[in-house]
Design a protein around this ligand. Sequence first.
Ligand code: S3P
Length: 449
Amino acid sequence: MTDWKIRRAPGIRTELSVPGDKSISHRAIMFAAMANGTATITGFLPSEDCLSTMRAFQQLGVEIERVDETTVIVHGTGGKFTAPAGDIDCGNSGTTMRLLCGVLAAQPFRSRLTGDASLSRRPMKRVIEPLTRMGAKISAEGRTPKGDPSAPLVIEGGALAGIDYTSPVASAQVKSAILIAGLFARGTTSVTEPEQSRDHTERMLTWHVARPRRDGLKVTVVGGTTLESRDFQVPGDISSAAFWLVAAAAQPGSQLLVKDVGLNPTRSGILAVLIRMGARVKEKVEFAEGEARGTVSITGGQLRATEIGGREIPNVIDELPILAVAAALAEGRTVIKDARELRVKETDRIAAVARNLRAFGVQVQENDDGLEIEGGCELHGADVTSDGDHRIAMSSAILGLFAKGTTIVRDTECVNTSYPGFYETLQRIMKPRGAPATTVISKLPVENP
Ligand code: S3P
């Protein structure tokens, strides 16, 4: 297990770019695999989660060449896959498992999807139920802590019929699984969500000329549509940039420019939240076709508390742990509500954030659907664990930069599921001039036995 040791750091004054977007990298592989020819994907995120998706499609008979770390060539099979030799291991990745359910429900063979301990505890009824209504046969071998169906999942694929589904959760994974199954189904398939979730699947369908139709919160696809192969460039991940944006926003004198980052409006809610908290943020879209991308610059200052809830939640769902860190550094009481979904992420993120913030000396009230965080108090270094959750590990590390004394973040390998290179970037951008690389962050026990 790798643990990190972190010390208080001065501000940031730099430019950087972040690795490819995780949600988009998954979909770039999946849609290229389902399309009718060969396509090159650049800017691919070579993280554990996205590699799980890549390996899954290789197991399903798709030829995928890795040109370099971030460039892959996918030879699409036109939606016809071959039966996998063994179980498909989705690792820690909910997106891999749930979206694959949509693909495999329509294939004329049996497959079994497994995951790590965290993924095996996560709810799968949300995809099993609508896909079953379409005619899929999916059985769950596992149970969530609440007793609901979870992985391993056994899927007996076959013919599907389109449905008009109203989803009880604003979840892009659920929406995407159904729309993907809809591509293989008889007739049309629609999904209506209670709030708009990230729309990468819809954009990817449009990119591959499958023409999804949007009517408010309802998205419709027509079954039997052939996806056209097209090269795709993945933008930087705004959820990864979020850690540096908060580190800069909360430190007076900091100045950060993030280049080539995804600015899809269903994902960039963190910028609006930071502006409300008093940060000076400039967003410039430089390329708008497919997935918007561009630069974000931010100037640090004293942040103030805000309220985050309602329709904004799906847009910032993955950023809430680092926004909770921003809240701890802001003047006043920040309220995060309507975010019950956080309890079924890689870990129960409401409980994990509350526990870790308290360890730094922050007063936190944990609610069923969120957190109330009293910001602005003096922070002391803490010894905290990630619970194996990448975003908890990185958020805790950023808070450590603002705490007096030394912080230890335990169990940090999980960071590779979304942000390989986070540790090295933190070392590079926080290092005081002339000081050793390990001044602000180092690994235990390797570098500091
Ligand atoms: C994702 C959707 C979100 C998000 C996850 C990635 C996706 O999950 O939290 O990190 O790629 O579709 P839900 O769809 O469960 O909200």
